[in-house]
Design a protein around this ligand. Sequence first.
Ligand SMILES: Nc1ncnc2c1ncn2[C@@H]1O[C@H](COP(=O)(O)OP(=O)(O)OP(=O)(O)O)[C@@H](O)[C@H]1O
Length: 254
Amino acid sequence: MNTTVGAARGALQIISLTKRYTTGGHTVDALDGVSLSVPEGTFTAVMGPSGSGKSTLLHCAVGLDRPDSGSITVDGTVLDGLGERGLTEFRRARVGFVFQSYNLVGALTAAQNTVLPARLAGRRTTREEALDALDGVGLRDRADHRPHQLSGGEQQRVAIARAVLNRPALICADEPTGALDLTRGRQVLDHLRAAVDLHGRTVLVVTHDPSVAARADRVVFMADGQVVDGIGGDGSGRLDAGEIAVRMAGLEET
Ligand SMILES: Nc1ncnc2c1ncn2[C@@H]1O[C@H](COP(=O)(O)OP(=O)(O)OP(=O)(O)O)[C@@H](O)[C@H]1O
């Protein structure tokens, strides 16, 4: 089944993506014909049972992994034919990461980490720019701290400042609040929301948490490597965490 959710044009367009893993004679269709369009300036959450293909989808969308077939376009850049070097340049210039496994460089200060992707992409940056970005996540006074001197939540906020400063076409987050307490998790979501509402960024978040998904404009549900359901995205206002939890429970039962 191919399911297309959302508008025809967008910051991210995924068409008929497939990805199969074969390990020790065992085959898994991690992505089984996923089509998804994420409009610019929106916040989309991806939910689904464990093993449904969420991380694989996110990794393919940002060029960290390659699908077996299908097409991915991010803000006009078609990833399909890009070589390793092209993909690396694409990631540096066009995507902001808030991933647990793609975190801050330990030897650099918060300010240096914040401007790192922009510098790697060849853009000149100033300390003032870094301080402004850190100010946006309430961490201006921590600019000269190194990651080990920051809490987990503060590190996530530096990752968000970094993601926003680089002006990427797409900000992707994998369980951005997973390791955080309620208050810090809420702050991280406030900052991601502000990146969309104040800076017009496009955000894609994978989460298991209905209250996190409820902060999105739209929730896309996956099961068995396919997009099987969606909620929101029609501009009708706040999503309801209870409704999201009910849909998730339905997927986990099947
Ligand atoms: N490198 C790999 N080798 C073999 N199988 C893999 C690999 N990566 C993922 N898979 C399999 O592909 C399927 C989808 O995995 P994926 O990590 O995308 O799911 P997920 O929805 O993100 O799960 P979770 O919520 O548990 O993180 C799973 O069955 C998983 O075991």
